[in-house]
Design a protein. Structure first.
Length: 421
């Protein structure tokens, strides 16, 4: 950390790699990503065990993500009062409990309840680790967000492949699908021990909205008055609509078209995450050496993802489709880290509140995307509804470039004033 919490401890690449907080954050994000897509991977199981329709599957994802809106209203205040370390442990406990509830569900409504609680806890954990990165690593936050993206990509690959493989094994009588959820809950619970062992002074207090004496309502009003929040929120909305919808239903499209099994459907998510790992590896190397504006990275990535999503939908075979969805992962890899870094840049003194409110916008997109595709798919077929994914991704690219061009004159003026001063 720094002298009196003002200057980030990790001021260089070398010191950043020696920082124990970096390794904890990377492990935390790895596990977070490993369990993040548990629900869509389990859709074939829910269909078989509870006779769930496409619209009901969309409801699962809707509740998972809509809970993020609930957290956005109370998250900044809560984290500011209890601190990042306690919030971290509470979120991990809640995730482990939610996975256990879903794994033990004997009726579909229990799955819906578990999905809401799971999403609420995951939203909290996302705010916590984003706040830690922005507060602790300062000017190196963009590089660290891309490093965390690498952990996210690799965790998602491992988690999706492991859970999908277990479901395939269980389908052949080797065990119960529920065991996969119990094992995931155990991995999350193990992280709690590491979090508990962290020295309280090693976790940045600044991430909990450093001036805790400022009333929470006043802090929220300051953030809400900044137009950058709404821009970031709208960008996050389109990102969630595109990525959430494609991840949730691309497997269903290919099951309809090529009659693939649950494991093959899970490989879509696993290899898409693998593509994200590769893309973030490249971007983390680039941004560690050259400063590229977050909105430029976002525009390029969203544009490429649009083309890759369309190619996935139009692919003539399963293998070609998997290859195109992997390519989509490479492009989409820059979206999340770029948006998180942009929020950290614009709200450096109000991180928890800003990330919580931004997460609410993001959650709306991620909730509505799967539900919308599922509802339209129930009426017109998933072959039609899945095209909403590329449409939302294209909207994201256009909006990101438009806002960059809007901000560019203001940024140049501020830089000139700093030179004159």
């Amino acid at each position: 950390m720094t002298s009196k919490e003002e200057t980030p401890k990790s001021s260089s690449i070398g010191s950043m790699w020696r920082d124990p907080i970096l390794w904890f954050v990377l492990a935390l994000v790895f596990v977070y990503a490993g369990v993040y897509n548990c629900l869509p991977i389990t859709f074939p199981v829910f269909k078989r065990s509870f006779a769930a329709s496409l619209e009901q599957m969309g409801q699962i994802q809707f509740l998972f993500f809509i809970s993020g809106i609930v957290f956005s209203l109370i998250g900044g205040w809560t984290i500011g009062r209890i601190g990042l370390q306690r919030a971290l442990i509470a979120a991990l406990l809640a995730i482990a409990a939610a996975l256990t509830v879903i794994g033990g569900a004997v009726a579909f409504p229990v799955v819906l309840l578990g999905a809401f609680c799971f999403g609420l806890a995951m939203a909290a954990l996302n705010v916590v680790f984003s706040s830690i990165i922005s507060a602790h690593f300062g000017e190196k936050r963009q590089s660290v967000f891309f490093l965390a993206g690498l952990a996210d990509g690799s965790g998602a690959v491992v988690g999706a492949a492991a859970l999908g493989g277990w479901f395939a094994y269980a389908d052949h009588g080797g065990g119960s699908w529920r065991t996969g959820y119990y094992a995931a809950a155990g991995v999350v619970a193990a992280l709690i021990l590491w979090a508990w062992g962290l020295r309280s002074d090693s976790v940045p207090r600044k991430g909990a909205d450093s001036a805790t004496s400022i009333p929470a309502l006043s802090t929220m009003k300051d953030v809400l008055r900044n137009p950058a929040l709404y821009t970031a929120g709208l960008l996050g909305l389109f990102h969630g609509l595109a990525q959430g919808g494609m991840i949730s239903f691309i497997g269903q499209l290919y099951q309809t078209r090529f009659e693939i099994d649950a494991a093959q459907a899970a490989y879509f998510i696993s290899l898409n995450s693998g593509g994200q790992f590769g893309g973030r590896f490249i971007l983390s190397w680039i941004t560690a050496r050259w400063r590229i504006h977050e909105l430029i990275v976002l525009t390029a990535c969203a544009g490429g993802a649009t083309l890759a999503f369309a190619a996935t939908i139009l692919s003539p075979s399963y293998l070609w489709g998997v290859a195109m969805f992997t390519l989509a992962g490479i492009f989409v890899s820059g979206n999340g880290p770029s948006l998180s870094s942009y929020v950290g840049m614009r709200f450096s003194s109000q991180l928890a509140t800003a990330y919580a409110l931004y997460g609410g916008f993001n959650a709306v997109g991620a909730a509505v995307g799967p539900y919308l595709i599922g509802a339209v798919g129930n009426r017109y077929g998933v072959e039609v509804s899945i095209w909403l994914g590329p449409l939302f991704s294209l909207s994201l690219a256009i909006l990101a470039m438009g806002w960059f061009l809007h901000e560019k004159p203001q940024t140049a003026t501020s830089a000139e004033r700093e030179k004159e001063g």
